[in-house]
Design a protein around this ligand. Structure first.
Ligand code: CAA
Length: 437
């Protein structure tokens, strides 16, 4: 949808800057917040326990810690937890959609958004739905939200997008080191305070079998090597097309964020694209003059974007947005020790979303004025720093105590409830019951 010119009336709800008739409508992320379980596993300890060189996990894969959910947390409670800090910014009269992107949903029919809507006591006059396409679901939801806000600009609507997932591969599997749990909530509106989402994306879809999860099990199946190859190939293809379509190259970006199944993954894709561009760029992608300073800037900012994921693990649909948060919230501190100037209003960030199966999309966002004041950086740092360390034995016990994927009654543990405000209490006669603190 092309950029529109609108006039938001003087009666528009608080929180929005009144726009003149000639100001182009900007749409994007007004507020963004994340939640992760209060418990974590140290991956060097896991490596030692599994008889693996810890460097494989910390250097080869690029993960240091992994959030572990107690059995009272599922994607519904994590989604509610992530969105909770956004409640003061939600105007019930303007909220028109609640979209949860997830690939670890709790019901094959009912939308998890309905449980979240109830837990957060949101207005019933809202469209509450769930979208699925592996790790791409959060981006699908964000794009739908932006399109909705653009299409109904005269009503100045808000859309709440939540990307929530628990990544489970199984104990002692190759994917175990890339597990994780968490949710990212984004409030989407006109005149966003954090990131304007530009209408410039390039998306590719293809039916491939790199990673999937049949409905009868809660652990994912992956062709690990194949999935990493596909990720890289999708990135290189959408990046080249994006550059050709938008007449730009690496030097136009202050930073690039990637879907992060593990932190080494995006780096492999970025380096592959940089190297192929440096060596063989065609006229459709003028990156052949990738400068040393652009290369260093993008690699340095990539590193900053991975800091949260390195501690949380893969949160599937939310991973790209956890990377964005990491970059926006930590960049200033990283820049203090480097030649880089801290990110500022107007800087362009590139975002690559990949969902196995597979869909890959590259799009850009422009940083909003005063974005730092709209972030929850302190709260996120506290949440990560206050997590409780689990021994490998405790992690394994927690992992196996999860609500069963079977028609059995289940009662969640009443211990390990600190750090959480929303709980799955029980499943009785195949109905889930939730509560809030
Ligand atoms: N010191 C340092 N590095 C070491 C090392 C050591 N002692 N031992 C091994 N390494 C390196 C290897 O060289 C390798 O590096 P490169 O990839 O750069 O060559 C890296 O550690 C991993 O080693 P392996 O390839 O041998 O690891 P593995 O066979 O155990 O599998 C994995 C790794 C494929 C990522 C596996 O964890 C997995 O299947 N994960 C789930 C699937 C996944 O995350 N796919 C990502 C793309 S799909 C996607 O993005 C969607 C999604 O979210 C799932």
């Amino acid at each position: 949808m092309s950029t529109q010119n609108i006039k938001i009336s003087a009666t528009a709800a608080a929180n929005t800057t009144t726009t003149s008739a000639t100001t182009p409508l900007t749409v994007g992320i007004d507020r963004i917040s994340f939640a992760t379980p209060h418990y974590y596993l140290n991956l060097e300890e896991l490596a030692e326990h599994r008889g693996i060189d810890p460097n494989k996990f910390t250097i080869g894969i690029g993960q240091s810690e992994q959030s572990v959910p107690p059995n009272h947390q599922d994607i519904v409670t994590l989604a509610a937890q992530a969105a909770f800090p956004l409640l003061p910014y939600i105007d019930s009269n303007r909220l028109k959609m609640l979209i949860v992107g997830t690939e670890s949903g709790v019901d094959a029919s009912k939308s998890s958004a309905l449980y979240v809507q109830n837990l957060l006591k949101l207005t019933p006059w809202v469209r509450s739905i769930e979208v699925k396409e592996a790790c791409y679901g959060g981006t699908a939801a964000l794009m739908m939200a932006c399109d909705y806000v653009r299409a109904h600009a005269e009503k100045n609507p808000q859309v709440l997008v939540i990307a929530a997932d628990i990544a489970r591969y199984g104990l002692a599997t190759p994917g175990e080191v890339t597990q994780g749990a968490g949710a990212v909530a984004m409030l989407v509106s006109a005149n966003p305070h954090v990131l304007k989402i530009n209408d410039d994306s390039v998306v590719k879809s293809a039916d491939i079998q790199d990673f999937w999860r049949p409905v009868y099990q809660d652990t994912a199946l992956a062709r690990g090597k194949f999935s990493t190859e596909q990720y890289i190939q999708f990135f290189c293809e959408v990046w080249q097309k994006y550059c050709a379509q938008n007449d730009c190259n690496f030097s136009d970006f202050a930073g690039l964020c990637f879907h992060l199944p593990y932190t080494k993954m995006g780096l492999k894709a970025l380096k592959a694209a940089m190297d192929s561009c440096a060596n063989s760029c065609s006229d459709s992608c003028d990156n052949s003059n990738l400068s040393e300073s652009s290369r260093n800037r993008l690699l340095s900012r990539y590193e900053t974007s991975t800091k949260y994921s390195r501690r949380v693990g893969n949160i599937y649909t939310g991973s790209l947005y956890l990377g964005l948060l990491s970059l926006l919230e930590l960049d200033e501190f990283t820049c203090e020790n480097s030649d880089l100037t801290a990110l500022k209003s107007g800087d362009k960030i590139g975002l690559f979303s990949y969902g196995s199966g597979a869909v890959g999309e590259f799009f850009s966002g422009t940083i909003a004025p005063g974005f730092r004041d709209a972030l929850f950086a302190r709260e996120h740092a506290d949440m990560l720093d206050s997590r409780v360390h689990l021994s490998v034995a405790d992690y394994e016990e927690m992992f196996e105590s999860v609500a069963p994927y079977a028609p059995e009654d289940f009662e969640s543990s009443t211990s390990c409830r600190e750090g959480a405000s929303f709980f799955l209490d029980d499943i009785t006669s195949q109905e889930r019951h939730y509560s809030a603190r």
